[in-house]
Design a protein around this ligand. Sequence first.
Ligand SMILES: Cc1cc2nc3c(=O)[nH]c(=O)nc-3n(C[C@H](O)[C@H](O)[C@H](O)COP(=O)(O)O)c2cc1C
Ligand code: SF4
Ligand code: SF4
Length: 267
Amino acid sequence: MKIILCYFSCTGNTKLACEYIAGVLKEHSVELFDMTIKKSPDFTKYDLCGFAAFTDYYGPSKLFEDFMASVPKGNWKRNAFVFNTHAGASGKTLLLMRDYVYSRGYNVVAAASLTAPVNFPPQRVNPNDETDINPNPEMLEKFNKFISQLSSILEIQKKEEAVPECKIVLSEEEMNWPYCVRIASREDMGLKKTDEKLCTRCGVCVKKCPYAAIELKPYPVFNQKKCYGCWRCYNICPTKAIYTKKVKNNGHYPAPAEEYKKKLRIK
Ligand SMILES: Cc1cc2nc3c(=O)[nH]c(=O)nc-3n(C[C@H](O)[C@H](O)[C@H](O)COP(=O)(O)O)c2cc1C
Ligand code: SF4
Ligand code: SF4
């Protein structure tokens, strides 16, 4: 069976989890697709389509919303699943993702979240032994069960039988988290500046900004209207030259934490 798994990942946690899903389902052909590439693939070639993102202020990011809007709307009721990583307070993200995918004409047959290390620098400024502890064994087991569920869904599809839509049951606490407008992260992050003594003008931030909000002139210039406050530039700058009013030279999460990588290594 052919599966496509489209993901938005700023610092690699979601991407790694998607690679893990692909690895466990290796008897099928699982293609990973980076949503930041923008052009939406030909979904009609796949038996099952997955959409993955990280939680960004209790919801999926603006980029996820824009990507979903670019997915051709069909009435074919193709089967799809949604998956997200978060740092412990995902709110209604999964429900919102399900609604976006559903609105493009898909039958959402599975959904899951995985708690991962936090990549939000203001929360990483005073790290301790617990900072990168997630996912715990129980969370990992749930994640593995979700992948087994995908496997069973593919078996049902092989027999050309209908797969029922999934139910997403969230806790009362999760349902109580607010839905924030997509500019909440931008407003929270505030203005970004570059320490010109540290900046080597390598252009990494320009290349990696998911929203094309940075230009080198000759140092980075941030277009605040285009920025959605994802902190990717801050996190990945090789010389830690980017700073905000809230954080400077601290709390970076450039790539998945070693402990997290170990947990998602296929044995
Ligand atoms: C701007 C921003 C907002 C975030 N908002 C939330 C949130 O509301 N709830 C949560 O649990 N984690 C939140 N996180 C943490 C990420 O969702 C989490 O670390 C995720 O695994 C990062 O995935 P990635 O490495 O694929 O980008 C946020 C991170 C960033 C950078
Ligand atoms: S990634 Fe860092 S060093 Fe490179 S251009 Fe951007 S701010 Fe400068
Ligand atoms: S400028 Fe930085 S924080 Fe803003 S969207 Fe681009 S990478 Fe994200």
